[in-house]
Design a protein around this ligand. Structure first.
Ligand code: HMG
Ligand code: MG
Length: 316
């Protein structure tokens, strides 16, 4: 398959870790529940394509996210492929942690919000109450030796509250980090962020002593800004980037959230810059086409559409 011509830039990192969220962020937002065997095969294919870190599922309330109610069954099917410090699962509370630990999970992600409205809609709690809910989760997870990520949603805009002050985001991020997270991922849940905004937020976090080495970025592509924003973050020194194969994703509790940055588009851009990812783009495109066949609609990745032509749906 075609590849981009390699032309490097001085200010970009030599290596980038792609944190794949397709099985979790992607499949939590599907109207119909994807069969658990298909989910397991999706994860296996992503790992086989060279994606180092894959967020597999969520241990959240099945009433809230029925799409991922099969998380224990999924991990059962995955066996060793679903375990390890690079196979995180979302966990909001101690109940979720208990269920995840029972499955031998070794990495979790808690998920907070920079805004009050989304905290209530997504977690049924205020920002303060949700941080109080996470505190014992992180404490216990760390004492069990787990790797812990924290998400902060609505970092670049909120569908109900509009603009979100950078200092407000920085404050919540530092509270989440201080719980004891190894890494915090900055979520542009509804995709409204732009490149200057990315730099200003990273500056504000740096001023609070939160360096890029402990941060990841998580851009949804609702306004077509996800790749530009990611490149801005890389220029700022961030080296962990969230992406979702086929651009699947969204949050059922965030009005107007659409898919994440497509992993294939990210790999293409990084490949062109000579940045090492370890991902086999051919295998990833094949996986995207295979998944699109199961979902009954074409992959929304531009790279998949270009490389796989009109085989976006149905190609097994
Ligand atoms: P609640 O209703 O306040 O919970 O929801 P509760 O503690 O009162 O419990 C209610 C019932 O749920 C109880 O069952 C609990 O046992 C059960 P009952 O006694 O009535 O039979 N329950 C659970 N069951 C299984 N696993 C659990 C669990 N917890 C309670 N972990 C809660 C509070 C946090 C549970 C709920 O709001 C919830 O699950 N929210 C999750 C929403 C979600 O997953 N959203 C999508 C992920 S976030 C996202 O996509 C953004 C991100 O991508 C970044 C970005 O883009 O910005 C990460
Ligand atoms: Mg998301």
């Amino acid at each position: 398959m075609r590849r981009p011509q390699r032309e490097t830039l001085p200010d970009v990192p030599a290596g980038v870790t792609i944190y794949e969220v397709g099985p979790r962020d992607g499949l939590q937002n599907e109207k119909s529940v994807v069969p658990v065997e298909v989910k397991a095969e999706f994860v296996r294919r992503l790992v086989a394509a060279g994606l180092d870190t894959v967020e597999t599922t969520s241990f959240v309330s099945p009433q809230w996210v029925p799409q991922l109610a099969d998380s224990a069954e999924l991990l059962g099917l995955l066996g060793d492929v679903g375990r390890g410090r690079n196979r995180p699962v979302l966990v909001p509370n101690e109940r979720g942690l208990d269920l995840a630990l029972a499955q031998g999970v070794q990495a979790i992600a808690i998920f907070g919000s920079a805004t009050e409205t989304f905290a209530r809609k997504n977690l049924n709690r205020s920002v303060e109450e949700s941080i109080a809910m996470f505190a014992p989760v992180v404490q216990r997870a760390r004492s069990e030796g787990l790797w812990v990520r924290g998400y902060v949603s609505m970092c670049f805009g909120d569908p109900w509250e509009g603009d979100v002050p950078i200092e407000q985001v920085a404050e919540v991020t530092s509270r989440i980090m201080d719980l004891g997270c190894d890494q915090v991922s900055l979520g542009d849940t509804i995709g409204t962020g732009t490149t200057g905004h990315v730099h200003r937020l990273l500056d504000a976090l740096d001023a609070r002593g939160i360096g890029v080495d402990r941060l990841a970025v998580h851009f949804h592509d609702t306004y077509g800004q996800a790749l530009a924003n990611t490149l801005a973050a890389l220029a700022h020194g961030v080296t962990v980037v969230d992406a979702s194969t086929g651009g699947l994703g969204g949050c059922p509790y965030a009005k107007s959230a659409t898919g994440n940055l497509a992993t294939e588009d990210l790999v293409w851009a990084l490949d062109g810059l000579g940045i090492e990812t370890g991902v086999d783009l051919d295998a990833l495109v094949e996986t995207s086409v295979w998944m699109a066949g199961h979902l009954g609609r074409p992959s929304s990745s531009n790279v998949v559409r270009a490389l796989a032509g009109s085989a976006g749906v149905g190609g097994q």
